[in-house]
Design a protein around this ligand. Structure first.
Ligand code: IMP
Ligand code: MG
Length: 186
């Protein structure tokens, strides 16, 4: 897809060249509408707590919760994946742990992208120990690289091509998160 309508200054943000638009703003917003409707229908009763995994989910979560037409609460998690190398190690530590009570509630974990799935796998284990009523994952993008997708994965925005994508919350070295569309980097 063309980047011709993108301001020149954005094409040069963050030191890497933007290759092209992978999901444009209208496409993302349409899909978020659908996900909101799916989630509304999936939780007819009980307390719902939407937990956003920071920072990548911040825009997606903000748009998504406005389309869920039922009572809910919002909180966030900050997880740090540590270990050697740049690949996700699966050693996950909670840097910010939600204050909100989890026991007895429907937990909807909102993530920007599933790559290897290791971060989420550990988080689900950690949170399941707190006895929620149910646990489900909603991810905007799925790269389908996880050897075993988590069984809690219930809502997926888009299948993502095997590229490094940024925008709409996703970053490269903390840049590009503010773009209202998703692009891939050269
Ligand atoms: P996982 O544990 O390998 O699934 O790592 C998922 C995390 O890696 C995401 O929450 C992102 O922060 C980051 N990540 C993976 N792929 C991309 C990408 O293409 N662009 C930006 N961040 C990514
Ligand atoms: Mg990141």
């Amino acid at each position: 897809m063309s980047t011709s309508r993108m301001p020149e200054v954005l094409r040069r943000t963050g030191g890497r060249e933007i290759k092209g638009i992978v999901f444009d703003e209208a496409t993302i917003q349409r899909r978020v509408d659908e996900l909101g409707a799916e989630i509304t229908a999936a939780y007819p009763d009980g307390d719902l707590l939407v937990l956003g995994l920071l920072k990548g989910s911040f825009l997606f979560l903000a748009d998504l919760v406005r389309r869920i037409e039922r009572p809910l609460q919002v909180d966030f998690l900050v997880a740090s994946s540590y270990g050697s190398g740049t690949q996700s190690s699966g050693n996950v530590r909670l840097v910010y742990d939600p204050e909100t009570d989890i026991e007895g509630k429907h937990i909807l974990l909102v993530e920007d992208i599933i790559d290897t799935g290791k971060t989420l796998q550990r988080l689900v284990q950690l949170l399941s120990a707190r006895r929620p009523r149910s646990m489900a994952i909603c991810t905007l993008l799925d790269k389908h690289l996880a050897p075993e997708p988590p069984k809690e994965l219930r809502f997926v925005g888009f299948d993502c091509p095997p590229a490094f994508v940024v925008g709409y919350g996703l970053d490269h070295a903390e840049n590009y998160r503010h773009l209202p569309y998703i692009v891939d980097l050269a």
